[in-house]
Ligand binder design. Structure first.
Ligand SMILES: [Zn+2]
Length: 382
């Protein structure tokens, strides 16, 4: 049997402990996995704290000091995962096959978390050049409880690296999101008398066909690409013999820097008004959720430090962008320059057979160790 590397061993243990976000699956939660990670850090000689970020929603944090720090870096990844209903493999029985480890959370984000954690431990042995705080937070997938609570205690970091599956690439920008609902109302009618023009349900379909895949007011960002819009739900009607007087259309608009929510709503509302003109249908807009985008200067010290470590370790140091969101926008929102780095691919995240490449896991663990020590590769003599 092939020897397991330390990040692989830790990752296997983390995947074996269910930590589905309880907003996704009631009864889930991060308690057991937080306790395991805290114990692992304690056995490694560190002094972690388990912080209750919401009732039953613990995050783990630990700080390790350097002798002569050049600044204080935050490493942040998440403990929670998405649900497992649609999975085609046992979600919590980590299995290794073809150089990959399979299981829920393997790449999103227990792989990146294992790489950061073991990278920090190796860095501590070799001699850190940064003070380092590691946060393993609850509630990244939905809610944001962990990172928001820990930022209340401390937001004085010189830079942050958020562990997400970036395939070992430096990500300095990602999209934001505006999720909303358009409430349509008009007259209901007996279905033997179809409305001459359009009813609320037909208007919802008209809006769907016009907007799905065509974001009004779309902009293009050099690293993130273009804004997108997807219609994600229509609710209308019940009885087969009634033309409904109301309908709701839900959408998910992915913004790019520097697009803000008000500009998005302005463009969406203008398009809806145009589509409804002359129909007698009234519309009302409701915001369901907004997430900011990330747009960190590739020249920021944390981005340059990551790029240098990647380059020195033989990886591609080119800064890129991503279409998905992360806790990095919440951290950057507090004025902390934040970037993303981690092993694993977003194409494998949230999938029916989630997995991660174990060679990449080990390589990116060493990138973290390089970054935190400025390239020391040998353990200091005790
Ligand atoms: Zn994630």
């Amino acid at each position: 049997m092939a020897r397991r590397s330390e990040p692989q061993r830790l990752l296997g243990d983390l995947v074996a402990i269910p930590s589905v976000n309880p907003h996704v699956t009631p009864g889930g939660g991060e308690q057991a996995v937080a306790a395991h990670l805290a114990e692992y850090l304690r056995l490694s000689g560190l002094a972690p704290e388990v912080v209750e970020c919401a009732p039953g929603r613990p995050s783990v944090r630990v700080t390790v000091r350097a002798d002569e720090p050049r600044g204080h870096l935050l490493l942040c990844s998440h403990l929670d995962t998405v649900g497992v209903e649609s999975m085609t493999i046992p979600p919590f029985e980590p299995r290794v096959e073809g150089g990959r480890l399979f299981g829920r959370g393997a790449c999103d984000a227990k792989g990146p978390l294992a790489a950061m954690t073991v990278g920090l431990l190796r860095g501590r042995e070799r001699g850190l050049v940064w003070d380092v705080t590691l946060w393993a937070v609850a509630g990244e997938e939905v809610g944001g409880e962990g990172v928001l609570r820990l930022l209340e205690d401390d937001d004085r970091f010189d830079g942050a690296i958020v562990g997400e599956p970036t395939e070992g690439h430096l990500v300095v920008a990602h999209k934001g999101a505006v999720r909303g609902e358009i409430l349509l109302s008009g007259d209901s009618a007996h279905s033997s008398r179809p409305l001459p023009d359009v009813g609320a349900l037909a208007a919802a379909c008209r809006i769907t066909l016009a907007l799905h895949g065509r974001a009004p007011g779309a902009q293009v960002h050099p690293l993130c690409g273009a804004s997108t819009l997807a219609i994600t739900a229509i609710h209308a009607g019940e009885a087969a013999n009634v033309i409904p007087g109301a309908a709701r259309v839900r959408f998910d608009y992915r913004t790019v820097p520097p697009q803000g929510p008000s500009a998005v709503w302005e463009a969406v509302n203008a398009e809806v008004a145009r589509l409804l003109s002359g129909t007698g249908i009234r519309s009302e807009s409701v915001t369901l959720r907004e997430n900011d985008w990330l747009d960190t200067e590739p020249d920021a010290p944390v981005a340059r430090a990551v790029a240098r470590a990647l380059e020195e370790r033989g990886e591609d140091p080119t800064p890129g962008g991503a279409v998905y969101g992360s806790d990095a926008e919440r951290i950057a929102g507090r004025g902390i320059p934040a970037v993303l780095l981690g092993p694993g691919s977003i194409d494998d995240a949230h999938t029916a057979a989630e997995s991660i490449d174990l060679d990449e896991l080990e390589r990116i663990t060493e990138v973290f160790a390089w970054l935190l020590t400025d390239g020391k590769t040998v353990a200091r003599s005790p």
